[in-house]
Write a protein of this length. Structure first.
Length: 208
């Protein structure tokens, strides 16, 4: 098909010139911001809120790290059973620990939940002192903190004393305010719509 180019009108040229000036200003602003960001260190990242995507986004970060050939450790708190099929991923750079007894409303045991969280926390502490590890995902740790299975101050002390190059991602609803204060990057997922409310079942590859 023959492309017909319409000659630019005077108005088009004025718009084009104005756009170029605006973009040049934006470019200068962006370059200044990029030049100002000089620090490089491990981040504490929190995914919280009532919308879907907290763990999904965290697994995305794990995938990205693995793509860079970096070692990752995942500790899953609270959930049990086949809650996350991602653990079936086979990669020599990835260590996966499931330390949950199940949903709190199923276990109905504070003592059992606390013991499982303690086991997971010890694995997390070990990973946070392992120089080979670049990213640690503490999935649903916020739930353990909310229920008091692990004191928030103790969790923050563990994060604070970890190796400085390590990134840690903490997920789960209701992140405690002290953790939000301490973290470098906090994202709140907000539910706008969820198919569960319309009676749609959890589905392989989407929910688990
Ligand atoms: P995902 O693992 O899918 O990223 P999440 O980590 O944000 O979800 P969780 O609190 O861990 O959320 O809940 C996990 C499960 O609950 C998933 O199956 C998810 O689809 C479902 N879920 C998440 N948010 C909602 C919601 N607002 N209403 C109903 N179900 C939800
Ligand atoms: Mg989750």
């Amino acid at each position: 098909m023959k492309t017909i180019f319409k000659p630019l009108t005077e108005t088009d040229e004025v718009l084009e010139a104005a756009h170029r000036v605006a973009m040049q200003e934006k470019q200068a602003e962006m370059h200044a911001l990029i030049a100002a960001a000089k620090e490089r260190r491990g981040l504490t990242i929190v995914h919280t809120g009532n919308g879907k995507g907290k763990s999904t986004a965290a697994f995305g970060l794990v995938t990205r790290m693995l793509g860079h050939g970096k070692h990752c450790v995942v500790v899953q708190f609270i959930k049990s059973g086949d809650a996350a099929t991602e653990r079936n991923l086979r990669c020599h750079l990835l260590r996966w620990h499931r330390c949950g007894e199940g949903f709190t409303w199923d276990t109905q045991s504070r003592a059992g939940d606390t013991e499982a969280v303690r086991t997971g926390w010890q694995i997390a502490l070990n990973a946070m002192q392992d120089p080979e590890v670049n990213l640690i995902l503490l999935d649903e740790l916020n739930i353990a903190l909310t229920y008091g299975y692990l004191p928030v101050a103790e969790a923050i002390e563990g994060l604070r004393t970890r190796l400085p190059h390590q990134h840690v991602v903490v997920t789960g609803r209701d992140a405690p305010s002290e953790l939000i204060e301490y973290a470098d990057l906090v994202t709140e997922m907000r539910e706008v719509k969820h198919p569960f409310k319309a009676g749609v079942q959890a589905q392989a590859g989407i929910e688990f």
